[in-house]
Design a binder for this molecule. Structure first.
Ligand code: GTP
Ligand code: MG
Length: 219
């Protein structure tokens, strides 16, 4: 759950990029890091310590202010490899939203599904079933990418699927915006943020767009 500090007028959101091995989670974070103005982001931390599996994730901090409030967004990735199940669970704790980065390759149908089930189990274990999940299908540039019409919609035929080519930076910002906005709206419903902070959803989105520099991705 987001940390809101009314005295300091500061709020911290935690977002997690989840998905099967090698689907492009870290590539999403690299592209975000490259696109967000350096005044609005910290260092991209990529921790690949192999021996210590609990310290195996990426983290990119993003921050911006509205006129009277400051927001911090901590963006994490989990490691997709099977062996890192314990790490995935730890990283998901306290998340305010998840991007599920699925792989468009035909060979990834099974791994996508397995990762989706793992995500649901972990969210259940943390009682986080209500947080928003945005599904991104990455690697749309692959010549044999699964067509969107027949691709797995993970149990909801009406689910919006965001197409991406994360290595080329495409689809990365729209995915991030969609999740940040959904996370804000979920928290607003639960905590009445708009009335407590005096910032409505539109102001929040406008400010986010201004500071990550892509106003056209909002509407
Ligand atoms: N063709 C193609 N390859 C991509 C794309 N995005 C990422 N890749 C490649 O996929 C491989 C895995 O990318 P990563 O970003 O490391 O994937 P990951 O999900 O972080 O992997 P794990 O952390 O090991 O689960 C790399 O070789 C990337 O260059 C894309 O849009 N298209
Ligand atoms: Mg990775």
């Amino acid at each position: 759950m987001a940390q809101v500090d009314f005295a300091e007028r500061q709020m911290t959101l935690k977002l997690v990029y989840f998905g099967p091995p090698l689907s492009g989670k870290t590539s999403n974070l690299r592209a975000l890091h490259a696109k967000v103005d350096k005044l609005n982001r910290g260092r991209l931390m990529t921790l690949d310590t192999r021996d210590d599996r609990t310290l195996f994730f990426d983290l990119l901090p993003i921050f911006f202010r509205t006129s009277n409030f400051s927001f911090r967004i901590k963006v994490y990735t989990v490691p997709g490899q099977h062996v890192h199940e314990a790490t995935r669970k730890v990283v998901l704790a306290g998340a305010d939203g998840v991007v599920f980065v699925a792989d468009s390759a035909p060979t990834a149908v099974g791994p996508n599904r397995e990762a989706w089930i793992g995500l649901q189990q972990n969210l259940h274990a943390h009682s986080l079933e209500a947080i928003p999940i945005v599904v991104q299908y990455n690697k749309r540039d692959l010549p044999d990418a699964m067509p969107l019409a027949t691709i797995d919609h993970f149990g909801d035929p009406n689910r919006r699927l965001i197409e991406a080519r994360a290595r080329a930076g495409l689809g990365v910002i729209p995915t991030f915006f969609e999740l940040v906005t959904a996370a804000w709206e979920t928290l607003d419903k639960d905590l009445g943020l708009a009335s407590k902070l005096g910032i409505d959803s539109k102001v929040f989105r406008g400010s986010l767009a201004e500071h990550v520099g892509v106003p056209d991705a909002v509407d």
